[in-house]
Design a protein around this ligand. Structure first.
Ligand SMILES: [Cu+2]
Length: 148
């Protein structure tokens, strides 16, 4: 009986990580015209789900590590994207991006395209919000990066 349990546990430990490794992260539209998580860090293959907890918002991608960015979401609709390419994505709310409703997603702890993210054309308010988000991305990501 003991042997059987060890066997079952061993198999579970071998199989489980494949299911556990792909995670979902939920980001809400807040009543302050912002995203509940402004700088999200996920692993390659993880999913982000945006929840329309407040009206009048959506998700539109402005820049990322690949040429074909995820599609723009409908207003006030739940939206989810699986991220398979490492790098930094910049998105915002179509009507509020220029007022600073922006978000960054860092996939796989990879900042290789951060310089091109910084060049994204935005309003002066959008640019100052982006600067703040980039600073958060740089400090938090570097501190968790293992040195080679
Ligand atoms: Cu909005």
């Amino acid at each position: 009986m003991h042997f059987l349990w060890v066997l079952v546990l061993s198999i579970a430990l071998l199989v489980l990580p494949q299911f556990v490794s792909a995670k979902d992260l939920e980001i809400e539209f807040t009543k302050n015209d912002s995203y509940s998580i402004e700088v999200a860090r996920i692993s390659v293959g993880d999913t982000i789900k945006w929840l329309p907890k407040n009206e009048g918002h959506n998700v539109e991608f402005f820049a990322g590590p690949e040429i074909s960015l995820p599609l723009k979401s409908e207003m006030d609709e739940p939206y989810s994207v699986v991220f398979r390419t490492p790098g930094v994505y910049l998105y915002g709310c179509t009507p509020h991006a220029n007022m600073g409703m922006l978000g960054l997603i860092i996939v796989g702890n990879d900042l290789h395209n951060l310089e091109s993210i910084k060049q994204t054309a935005l309003s002066p308010i959008g640019q100052s919000i982006l600067k703040r988000l980039v600073r958060i991305a740089e400090t938090q990501t570097r501190s968790t990066t293992k040195s080679p």
